[in-house]
Ligand binder design. Structure first.
Ligand code: GDP
Ligand code: MN
Length: 391
């Protein structure tokens, strides 16, 4: 689960990480009040959306006139924001963070993730922080430094020194001390709040030698949310893809991919094999949809509807091995969904297992048009045929 910058900053602030003063607002009037309460003469107005790269898309504005705090808020709230991480259609901005601006002297990068290879949390640090960090990681990876944490000892001060003393020039001792404190606190937040990602980019050193987390991105491990109930309340469904929300509501295991062949499968193993099959046929899957072993007719119908609602889908492959989920239940679900939604793309069905005859009969007796594959090889042929446009 992703959370907003302002929510992540609340958590960081509570944990003792220095964060600029700020207030989240939903109208220009509130923005006017916020700039007064925050005071000073430099403010940052920031769109609160889950997508990153806001600076590049005009979603972050540094202003020195309270009137501009108001006009920028107004503009952000009524336009849809396009960043390198959103689609070309952009995303709506419902909330804006108004913050005290700081005088940035240096922009660093600080992040923590789980490193799968070493199976440990990894602290990632760089002196090339800021909006170009993706390019830095690609072109000059030697400028990005890592320390892996042994969970038995936790984060140790020498590890912080290993990272900080690679900075060139090495900051003043008072700054080193602040950076060490921030790193230790980030590790604590990461572990105590079951994060899968904490990213501060930029972590800045100001002209006054103060260290601040100017940006914050935080993702929480969904499997740990049962023990982070207060964080569960930070979920913002308006940021999620409507198809993802629908899948969640019906307990379907759905992951959007980049291709155009919709796949409806039961069981994660079969789903993986089916994706391989689609790829081997020269096509690309549009999604991973595992209805699970215990799916009922309604879940199947919803799953099928999710695939149908995806405008990118040019053909659908239903590959079901009936076990606990019987083929007749699957067939009824597919027929029910087809009745509600027009199927304008070719449908390929491969059914095997419990009640397969009954399932096939239900499909044949319906007025659905579909290509029945008797086995996986034939299903692959049909998919390949669709790709070439001659099936
Ligand atoms: P992102 O583009 O979505 O990662 O948004 P950020 O919160 O990282 O903001 C983008 C850029 O705005 C940062 O890299 C900074 O250069 C700049 N910025 C953000 N806050 C301040 C601030 O308080 N003062 C100044 N001078 N620049 C800021
Ligand atoms: Mn950033």
């Amino acid at each position: 689960m992703k959370i907003h910058e302002y929510q992540a900053k609340d958590i960081l602030r509570q944990s003792g990480v220095p964060v600029p003063d700020g207030q989240v607002v939903t109208s220009p009037d509130e923005a006017a009040k916020a700039s007064q309460i925050i005071g000073g003469n430099l403010w940052v107005v920031k769109a609160q959306v889950h997508a990153g790269g806001r600076g590049k898309g005009g979603g972050v504005k540094v202003v020195n006139d309270p009137q501009e705090v108001i006009s920028t808020t107004e503009l952000l709230l009524k336009t849809s924001l396009v960043t390198p991480q959103t689609g070309p259609e952009g995303v709506n901005v419902n909330k804006v963070l108004v913050e005290q601006g700081v005088n940035i002297k240096r922009e660093l990068y600080l992040g923590m993730v789980i490193d799968r290879k070493t199976e440990r949390p990894a602290m990632i640090f760089s002196q090339a922080g800021g909006m170009e960090i993706e390019e830095v990681a690609k072109e000059t990876p030697e400028l990005i430094w890592k320390e892996y944490v042994d969970p038995a000892t936790g984060w140790l001060p020498y590890q912080a020194r290993n990272l900080i003393y690679r900075l060139d020039p090495i900051p003043a001792p008072a700054v080193v001390k602040q950076l060490m404190s921030v790193m230790a606190k980030i590790y604590n937040v990461f572990v105590n709040r079951d994060c899968s990602l904490v990213e501060i980019n930029p972590l800045v050193i100001t002209a006054e030698d103060q260290v601040f987390a100017v940006d914050a991105k935080m993702s929480l491990d969904d499997n740990a949310l049962f023990r982070q109930k207060d964080l569960l309340a930070l979920d913002d469904p308006s940021e999620e893809d409507p198809l993802d929300l629908m899948a969640k509501e019906y307990n379907l295991n759905y992951i959007r991919l980049d291709g155009n062949i919709g796949a409806m499968v039961n069981g994660a193993g079969l789903a993986m094999a089916t994706l391989d099959l689609i790829k081997a046929s020269g096509a690309e899957p549009a999604n991973f949809l595992d209805a699970g072993g215990g799916a009922n007719e309604e879940m199947i119908a919803k799953g099928f509807e999710i695939i149908l609602k995806d405008p990118r889908v040019k053909a659908i492959l239903v590959n079901i091995f009936g076990g606990i989920l019987r083929c007749d239940v699957l067939a009824r679900g597919v027929v029910a969904a087809a009745k509600k939604n027009q199927i304008a793309v070719p449908l390929i069905v491969r059914l095997e297992g419990t009640n397969v005859e009954e399932g096939r009969k239900i499909l044949e007796d319906s007025d659905l048009s579909f290509l029945l594959a008797k086995d996986l090889a034939e299903a692959a042929d049909h998919v390949a045929g669709q790709v070439k446009g001659k099936d």
